[in-house]
Write a protein that binds this ligand. Structure first.
Ligand code: MG
Length: 337
């Protein structure tokens, strides 16, 4: 084991560069003043950024360095999926304490590289600096055919509301870890914890859905379903109603809810960064979307519909229709708002 201080900046950079896989379309990669990449003819570029601060966005007690690196890549890849775009090139800024081991950093980079490489994207550069708290900022560039990007502002009253995967599990895992400590490592909670520690960006689902031409708006779930649905409704100037009876059963989430003394529906709708896709779908497109999701092996459930803005955002359950409370995670309030 060597620390970053023992190795020195330039040796550390060499070690990190050795971890990276090549990406297509790179003319000048890492090691020069800037990277040069060749965009596909006629495509538009799509750019997103995300930052992980150790202790805030990933907890070293719960994430190996490799898992943390994978998750940072996934957070960015998920934004590209929500735009129906293809990820291409990333640059990364790292801050790390001088006494951190280079092996730890290599593992972080390995996780990051694995997730990018699996998505046919790659790191083309970055920089590293000493900082008392470790942080990792990734900027990811993708591309999309002109006019083909999904956005948040296209939902219309009458569109159906669909969501991939099993939202709420990631948030439930955070709460289980806080409430149970090491007991949350019991295999009983494995499926719930995996949603937090090793989520999957829904790039493949988006790639298959986009050509159907029936998705009118999209967002990825990084704050929580209620909060992210609120973003779509505001951008599209529509309301929405969620039919809780249309949700799939999720025995893992329901068991977590019992343990936490929480209502399962509150976990489904509350703060949770699941990196699933929330979609507005033209009603005639429902069956095609369901078929495509089945072929992709990704759960896709139709859980409600978009309405006129005046109706607000409501949920319908056994006790009737109610306004939806809880707006998701607010990074500045650091709580439900
Ligand atoms: Mg997003």
């Amino acid at each position: 084991m060597s620390t970053l201080a023992e190795l020195g900046e330039f040796e550390v950079i060499q070690r990190l560069r050795a971890v990276r896989s090549p990406a297509p379309g790179v003319i000048v990669g890492a090691g020069d003043d800037a990277a040069v990449t060749h965009p596909r003819d006629g495509f538009d570029l799509v750019t997103t950024a995300d930052c992980f601060i150790e202790g805030t966005h990933f907890l070293p007690d719960w994430f190996t360095a490799r898992e943390a690196g994978r998750r940072l890549a996934t957070a960015n890849l998920s934004d590209i999926a929500a735009m129906a775009a293809t990820p291409r090139w990333a640059v990364e800024s790292i801050g790390a304490p001088a006494d951190r081991s280079v092996e730890w950093l290599e593992q972080f980079e390995r996780g990051l590289d694995e997730a990018l490489f699996a998505a046919e994207a790659g790191l083309v550069g970055g920089n590293i600096t000493a900082c008392p708290t470790a942080f990792f900022c990734l900027t990811l560039v993708g591309d999309v055919a002109p006019g083909a990007a999904w956005s948040r502002d296209g939902a219309r009253a009458g569109d159906l509301l669909a969501v991939s995967g099993m939202p709420g599990r990631a948030g439930a895992a955070v709460r289980l870890a806080a409430a149970l400590g090491d007991r949350a490592r019991d295999p009983l909670w494995r499926d719930v914890l995996r949603a937090w520690i090793a989520p999957t960006a829904r790039l493949e689902l988006a790639r298959r859905l986009a050509p159907l031409g029936v998705v009118s708006a999209a967002i990825d779930l990084s704050d929580g379903l209620a909060g992210d649905l609120g973003h779509v409704c505001r951008a599209s100037a529509v309301g929405a109603e969620i039919d809780m009876a249309a949700w799939p059963e999720d025995p893992h989430l329901e068991r977590a809810a019992r343990e936490l003394g929480a209502a399962p529906d509150d976990l489904r709708l509350g703060p949770s960064d699941d990196y699933e896709l929330l979609l507005a779908v033209a009603p005639e497109g429902r069956e095609a979307c369901e078929r495509v999701a089945r072929d992709a092996g990704v759960p896709l459930h139709f859980i409600g519909r978009f309405t006129d803005a005046a109706a607000g955002i409501t949920k319908i359950d056994g006790s009737g229709r109610r306004p939806l409370g809880g707006a998701g995670y607010d990074h500045f309030a650091q709580s439900e708002s």
